[in-house]
Every structure is written in C-alpha cells, then in structure tokens.
Design a protein around this ligand. Sequence first.
Ligand SMILES: NC(=O)c1ccc[n+]([C@@H]2O[C@H](COP(=O)([O-])OP(=O)(O)OC[C@H]3O[C@@H](n4cnc5c(N)ncnc54)[C@H](OP(=O)(O)O)[C@@H]3O)[C@@H](O)[C@H]2O)c1
Length: 211
Amino acid sequence: MTNVLIVGASGAIARHVIAFLRGNDSLNTTLYLRNAARLADLDTTAMRVVEGDVTDTARLTEAMQGQDIVYANLTGDMDVMARVLVDTMDAEDVKRLIFVTSLGIYDEVPGKFGEWNRREIGAYLPPFRRAADLIEASDLDYTILRPAWLTDKDDLAYETTTRDEPFEGTEIARKAVAAYIMTLLEDPSKDIGGNIGLSKPGTDGDKPAFM
Ligand SMILES: NC(=O)c1ccc[n+]([C@@H]2O[C@H](COP(=O)([O-])OP(=O)(O)OC[C@H]3O[C@@H](n4cnc5c(N)ncnc54)[C@H](OP(=O)(O)O)[C@@H]3O)[C@@H](O)[C@H]2O)c1
C-alpha cells in the first residue's frame, strides 16, 4: 500500500484526482486542506481528512508521518509554501513530491502566445519560479508540473514538454492534468526529476481559444 498526502486537497485539479482515486485499493490517501467542508460534495469515505494550513508546520508534520508521496496543489505564496513542504518532507524522510506550478515560469512559452501569457500572468509568476527553484535544489524525488491555461472541460488529453523544450499548446483541462498526476501516483518512479509542461494536443495559438 502506498501512502499519499494531497496538500491543498480542495483545489480544482486535486478534486479530480480525488475522484479518480475513489475505489483505488493500492493508494492510501490523506487529504490536507484548510476547510474540509469544501469537499462535502465528493466521496472521501475511504480517505483520511486533516484540516490545516500548509504553513502550520506542526499540523503538516503530523499529517506527513508515514507518507510515501506528497502531491501539492496550492496557490498563493508558492515559495513560502514550497519551503515548508520541502523542510517538512526532509524532517519526516518523505522523498517523493509532485508539485503543480504554471506555464511561463522559465519564460519557456514561445511566440505570440508567450508574449500574451507574459502580459496576462507574468507578474504572478515569480513566487512560482522561486518555488520550483527551491524544489529543484532539494534532494527530493520531485516532479514539477507546468500546466497550460486551465479549463473545466471533461477532457483527458494531454501532451508533455520537458524543462528545456519550448512550451507547446495554450490550454488543458484540469481533469487531464489530474489524469497525468494519477500516472505518477500509480507509478512513483515515473518522471522523477521531471519538470513537465502539460497542454492539450492541437491547442497551439496566439492565446487560449476560450479567451
Ligand atoms: N488558472 C490557470 O489557467 C492556471 C494555469 C496554470 C497553472 N495554474 C496554477 O495551477 C495550480 C493548481 O490549479 P487549481 O485550479 O487546482 O488551483 P485552485 O483551485 O486555486 O487550488 C489551490 C488550492 O490551494 C489551497 N491553498 C492555498 N493556500 C493554502 C494554504 N496556506 N494552506 C493550505 N491550502 C492552501 C486552496 O485552498 P482553500 O480551498 O483553503 O482556499 C486551494 O484549494 C494553481 O497554483 C494555479 O495558480 C493555473
């Protein structure tokens, strides 16, 4: 049995992962979030739920004990949160981290879409970049995700790019990001040290079609 801790479990991508995890007998899941009521509409009966802020080190440490994989689905002061996560994982000797950031943190988005993306969200990206930098500098077995613009479509299609490749595509369904995360939870040896751009195939353009 593999123990999985989902931090920021009320997040929109995490909610899809929780739905995928239902009925999975090989993963023992703990959900860590600030307000458990936010999951009231999901079936979490086989899962442990812990209420806490990610910056509450004592509470996070308690939830971290015995975990094999941490999947962080956070937003806000990403560098502050990543620091707490990495330190707590180190202290509890938990190695495997899956951490969701954003496209654009390396200015890796080419062309007109790259310019548009920089104008739209460039100002918000520095904490995401700092979070990725400190995770890469850790000795954790990490996979950093950089999804394209997120949609709530019922769609599982994704393609990936590596850290050194130009980003492809403009958008992706949260459900498809969750499907990729499930491949990591089911095979934790996959994409260790990876820094993965995620988008829906065939969505190249000057901006996401829905914008
Ligand atoms: N929107 C886009 O097009 C786009 C594109 C690429 C990447 N991204 C990024 O991808 C990530 C995941 O996306 P998403 O849609 O799943 O995000 P989301 O729904 O906004 O989820 C983020 C979660 O972080 C939690 N959180 C924030 N601060 C916390 C804290 N101090 N302690 C515990 N939990 C905390 C929030 O919990 P509460 O419920 O307690 O607030 C929320 O559930 C985000 O960082 C997002 O910015 C977004």
